[in-house]
Design a protein around this ligand. Structure first.
Ligand code: NAD
Length: 426
């Protein structure tokens, strides 16, 4: 029976990390090894960790791999990826090779425009309120920009707004979309501050009541687009291209398949998002909302076959990624990842991310359309299964290979193998 615990710990957030660890260790009966693991902060100092989030008790590590072979807009990149799933980095590197033969990836320049939503309710007269807002546009934008003079100096800041009318069960609402060029930042903090600052003035102008003032993660003014030609022969021939085109049609027609299709794209994009200290949830939410904008959840990539039988792939999705702000400059490994990536703007980072997403999708579709996804997956997965079965470090490779060869990548079989090996040793 698992032990019953009481999770109501008063003042937990006020304690130093060490004391929090002791409390958790006591409640859960953690042993010395567990406590040692919690106290291992890796490259972080305890104070760095303790200021990132609340109630910190430890640090959590993941592997960082490098995707190779990427040429994007005629520049070569080594792309850091932080992900726990085997085969993802290999698939991206492979697909980048297929595109390299035809000049690599071509990503479009992206302006870092974010939307900050201001929800104006309880309006007596919607059209008069709209007129008032438009009449005082310059003043509203000036007030927003007063919040971030530095951003302004660099050439960014609020520059326009859009007004939308929403009919809801609680009546009509005006939603003002403040448009802000956040330059090299992801921008959520910047635009939230601006929206909060202008809201009292908007209430004064319109006479309504403002509730929400927050960034939209559906960053439709920050759409990344990338295109590449993937070599037919390197992909495995016309039959594989045919399979990929069928897979694409399947995703177009079926949201169940489109979800997994897009998950494959996000394998790459989120791994880079995480590596560079960006907000993975923001990117994920924006991508899936964008995939549903037509009313049917759809693939974020599209494919055609050119006159020589090569696969032509394109990707399009919102990518609010920054190289400044948030955690990007605080996290030591995120800083290093950005150094390895060698990008000089948020625009360039998003161009790389779009190319990676496209490559990731082609890599997965190629495997699905040819030998199936499991073959590549299983080699790495089998090592994890061997570890899970308690196989000693020096025998992992041997057992993992046998699991794959016998097509039985299972913990029970790994245990059986190791028992046999031990018996033979005796
Ligand atoms: P930030 O506020 O940390 O940094 C941006 C600031 O950096 C700007 O205000 C600007 O003055 C300064 N700056 C210096 N050089 C700049 C340059 N070249 N370009 C742009 N700005 C420059 O960061 P942020 O990007 O506004 O916010 C990102 C953080 O907000 C993330 O950590 C995210 O998790 C968090 N967040 C997200 C949401 C959401 O997505 N819904 C909501 C709230 C907070």
């Amino acid at each position: 029976m698992p032990k019953e615990i009481n999770s109501a710990i008063s003042g937990f957030y006020k304690l130093p990390i060490e004391e929090r660890v002791n409390i958790i260790a006591k409640i859960i009966d953690l042993n010395e090894e567990d406590k040692k693991l919690l106290r291992n902060f890796g490259y972080f100092s305890p104070s760095q960790l303790d200021t990132l989030i609340e109630n910190v008790v430890g640090s959590y590590q993941l592997p960082m791999g490098i995707a190779c072979n990427f040429k994007i807009n005629d520049k070569d990149y080594l792309i850091p990826m932080v992900i726990e799933e085997p085969s993802v980095v290999a698939a991206a590197s492979n697909a980048a090779k297929f595109a390299r033969k035809h000049g690599g990836f071509h990503s479009e320049k992206i302006k870092s425009v974010m939307i900050s939503q201001i929800q104006i309710t309880n309006l007596k007269d919607i059209s008069t309120a709209k007129e008032k807002l438009l009449e005082h546009k310059d003043e509203i934008i000036r007030m927003a920009n007063e919040q971030d003079p530095f951003l302004n100096e660099l050439g960014g800041g609020a520059f326009d707004f859009e007004i939308r009318e929403l009919t809801t069960r609680r009546g009509e609402m005006l939603i003002l979309h403040l448009l802000v060029d956040v330059l090299d930042a992801m921008g959520a903090n910047v635009v939230n501050t601006m929206a909060e600052a202008v809201s009292p003035y908007l209430e004064e102008l319109c006479g309504g009541k403002i509730y929400l003032r927050i960034v939209s993660n559906l960053a439709t003014h920050r759409i990344a687009k990338c295109k590449a030609v993937f070599d037919k022969d390197l992909l495995g021939g016309a039959e594989v291209v045919e399979g990929i085109m069928n897979a694409y049609e399947f995703a177009l027609a079926d949201p169940y398949r489109a979800t997994t299709h897009n998950k494959g794209i996000m394998n790459g994009i989120i791994a880079l998002t995480l590596a560079t200290g960006n907000d993975t949830r923001a990117i994920e939410a924006g991508a899936h909302a964008y995939a549903s904008l037509s009313g049917q959840y759809s693939p974020l990539t599209n494919y055609q076959v050119d006159s020589e039988g090569n696969l032509v792939g394109e990707i399009e999705l919102p990518l609010a990624l920054g190289i400044i702000g948030g955690m990007t400059k605080i996290h030591p490994m995120a800083r290093l990842a950005l150094k390895i990536l060698n990008v000089s703007s948020a625009n360039e980072l998003s161009q790389v991310a779009a190319a990676l997403g496209l490559a990731q999708n082609v890599g997965a579709l190629r495997a699905l359309a040819s030998e199936g996804i499991q073959k590549g997956h299983m080699t790495l997965h089998s090592r994890n299964i061997a570890k899970l079965a308690g196989v000693p470090e020096e025998l992992i490779e041997k057992v993992a290979k046998k699991l794959v060869d016998d097509k039985k990548v299972r913990v029970d079989y790994a245990k059986e193998l190791i028992k046999g090996m031990m018996r033979n040793k005796e």
